[in-house]
Design a protein around this ligand. Structure first.
Ligand code: ADP
Length: 667
């Protein structure tokens, strides 16, 4: 299993979304830019059109104004010519001049004075005064000549004078010659005020829209309809102001350029909106980048999880709270032989439940769903798709989602068939080994036993001979015979016990735990090994303190443990050639501690180095040339079979202590 987390996501997969988003964003920006350019162009065109339209309107309005001024002045001139004609021919001309003159001045506001000159140019009469404005004369030179008057008289038709200023007011005159029978009789002079003319003849709607200015030939402003100046750069149009002519120009300027406010507002809004769109695109770009980053992290996480899942040998199976399978990993599919599609969505009973264990499986399934699954896991027999059975060890844990809700159960499933088979094999082998070990021990002990049996048998024989001798001699008492026969019986029993023990020891049997007296087991074991110890000059001391604890034990097995420990101790001590007598001591101590019975096998031998202690209980570890190295390993197995413990301690006085603990109340 080697789940390498993907250090960096694959470049191709990572690069594509970024390139895609960059392309998308550039395209959006281009589109927005183009849209804005088109909108501005549209506005520009509209404005151009409007300016063009405004220009045409302006020209039309100016031409209309010029025309109406001309008509008006021509109308005035005709009326003056008619008056001149009437004055020349009719009687009572003075009265006529005054009556018609007053009427004219009253109705024509622009006509501010009417003067009647005789043929020499002297004033005959005038309204309101007979004197011509002094500026009208002075501008014609020092000789008080009046060019326009002369011209009118010479040509015999009406002539306009140049513009002059009288008391800062621009004025001009119209000279109308008076002829009687082809003879010049005088001249009628109409004095016009330019300001009054404009004020009178420019209508209100025109004044609202335009600024009208009258310029002289030098471009100087002579009169204007308003002091409010039109903006620089706005539309304007000029036409010659004729009559009165003489280089005068009518200049008309538009106050407001076409649609300026609305268009500026719209253009500003468009620019602002464009800015906002660009800004939002920028913000979106950031968002997209963050999203892509998150997606990549997710993808990497997913790939990592997938790699982990694929490399797992433990089967994983998720179920929702109703028991429906929601997820299985590849290892689980391999284990049961069904595909994920076949498994996901299934409810109990599942297709991989072994029919013969259906009831047990259903019961365990129900307890898992109720949240009562054993935390240490449980074993079940499952069935592969091909019908093959396998043993599974299942651990169930609650599935909690991102909001902390309990959504179901995640089970990890281990195929323990092989392990169980191996365990069974090991157990059988160990049993065989135990048996072999017992045989070996038996062989080793055979000679000792022969020697040991010799003793009681010899004693029996000698008691028997003694009794026979007494009987034959007839010199005996009844008590003497009873005592001798009693001792004989004890020896026979001892021999019988030795033989029974050997028989029990060698017989291969299943461990059987029955209530036993632990003190008796210790005594029997000591009795069994004592001859050998004695032979090697080693004393065995028992410290049982009168206890007779009754425990559930397999007597033969426990004896085997004690015998093995004692024999090791004896061999260790007898291995040292010059060991002093006080150290040739093997103590077997029984005590009760914390609800446990404790047996200590204490020797005063060489002790065991810490390094060796670690390997002591491993099979086949031996320092003896002919040792099998199985003894301690088997001893530990037997003690553990009795739910006890076996370990080694250093003897502070020198040597080793093997400690066995056995629970008083065994399960
Ligand atoms: P074997 O007796 O066949 O060697 P054991 O498993 O009984 O196998 O013992 C393993 C080894 O532990 C022995 O070879 C010996 O070196 C060591 N050993 C056991 N008991 C003692 C002891 N009381 N003192 C010193 N060494 C011991």
């Amino acid at each position: 299993m080697d789940p390498q987390p993907p250090a960096a996501p694959p470049t191709l997969a990572a690069g594509q979304p970024i390139r895609w988003s960059n392309w998308y964003l550039t395209a959006s920006k281009l589109a927005v830019g183009l849209l804005i350019a088109l909108l501005i162009a549209l506005l520009w065109l509209l404005r151009d059109n409007e300016i063009e339209e405004q220009r045409s309107t302006l020209i039309a309005d100016v031409l209309w104004l010029e025309q109406s001024l001309r008509f008006h002045l021509e109308g005035n001139a005709q009326q003056l010519q008619q008056l001149a004609l009437d004055i020349a021919h009719e009687e009572g001309r003075s009265q006529l001049f005054r009556t018609r003159g007053q009427h004219l001045i009253k109705t024509k506001a622009e006509l501010i004075q009417l003067v009647w000159l005789d043929a020499t140019g002297n004033s005959v009469d005038g309204l309101p005064t007979p004197d011509l404005p002094s500026a009208a004369l002075s501008i014609f030179g020092g000789a008080q000549t009046n060019t326009a008057l002369d011209l009118a008289n010479k040509l015999g038709k009406s002539v306009y004078s140049q513009i002059y200023r009288e008391q800062e007011q621009p004025q001009f005159d119209l000279y109308v010659p008076i002829y009687e029978n082809r003879r010049l009789r005088g001249t009628l002079v109409g004095v016009y005020s330019l300001n009054a003319l404009i004020k009178e003849l420019v209508p209100w709607w025109f004044a609202e829209k335009y600024q009208l200015r009258v310029l002289d030939s030098n471009g100087e402003v002579l009169a204007s309809n308003s002091h409010v100046r039109a903006d620089v750069g706005t539309l304007s149009y000029e036409v010659p102001f004729d009559p009165p002519g003489d280089g005068l120009l009518l200049q008309v300027s538009v106050y407001r350029s076409a649609g300026s406010i609305a268009q500026t507002l719209i253009a500003t809004l468009i620019v602002l909106l464009a800015g906002a769109v660009f800004w939002s695109l920028w913000a979106v770009r950031g968002l997209i980048a963050r999203r892509i980053e998150a997606e990549q992290a997710l993808r990497a996480e997913h790939a990592f999880r997938k790699a982990m899942e694929d490399s797992l040998t433990v089967g994983m199976r998720a179920r929702d709270r109703s028991g429906q399978i929601t997820y299985v990993n590849p290892a689980f599919c391999r284990m049961v032989g069904f595909s994920a599609e076949e498994l996901i969505g299934q409810r109990s009973p599942n297709c991989y439940w072994a029919p013969e264990e259906m009831e047990k499986t259903q019961r365990l399934h129900d307890s898992v769903m109720e949240g009562r699954a054993p935390s240490e896991g449980f074993e079940l027999r499952f069935m592969r798709k091909n019908g093959e059975r396998f043993d599974a060890l299942v651990y169930e844990a609650p599935l909690i989602d991102a909001d902390g809700r309990h959504t179901g159960w995640m089970g990890s499933v281990l195929d323990v068939t092989e392990r169980k088979r191996a365990e069974e094999l090991a157990r059988q082998q160990q049993e065989k080994l135990q048996f072999t070990a017992r045989l070996v021990t038996m062989g080793e002990m055979a000679s000792t036993l022969a020697h040991e049996l010799n003793q009681p048998l010899a004693a029996i024989a000698s008691y028997n001979t003694g009794c026979l001798n007494k009987l034959e001699s007839g010199n005996f008492t009844r008590e003497e015979l009873i005592a001798a026969l009693g001792k004989l019986g004890v020896q026979a029993q001892r021999a019988g016990r030795i033989i029974r023990q050997v028989h029990d020891f060698v017989r291969k049997s299943e461990p059987k735990r029955v209530p036993c007296d632990l003190a008796e087991i210790i005594d029997d074991s000591i009795g069994f090994i004592e001859p050998e110890a004695r032979k090697r000059g080693i004393r065995i001391v028992r410290e049982i303190q009168g206890m007779r604890p009754e425990l559930m034990l397999d007597q033969v097995m426990l004896e085997q443990v004690l015998l093995n420990l004692m024999r090791n101790a004896i061999e260790a001590m007898s291995g040292i050639a010059d060991l002093p007598a006080e150290r040739r001591l093997l103590t077997v101590k029984l005590a009760q501690r914390d609800g446990q019975m404790e047996i200590r096998v204490i020797d005063r031998g060489p002790g065991i180095p810490a390094e060796t202690q670690k390997k002591l209980f491993t099979p086949f570890f031996s320092t003896k040339p002919d040792g099998m190295g199985m003894g301690l390993n088997i001893c530990r197995s037997i003690v553990e079979f009795h739910h006890g413990r076996l370990w080694i301690e250093d003897n502070p006085a020198g040597g080793s202590i093997f400690v066995i603990t056995l629970p008083v109340r065994q399960p």
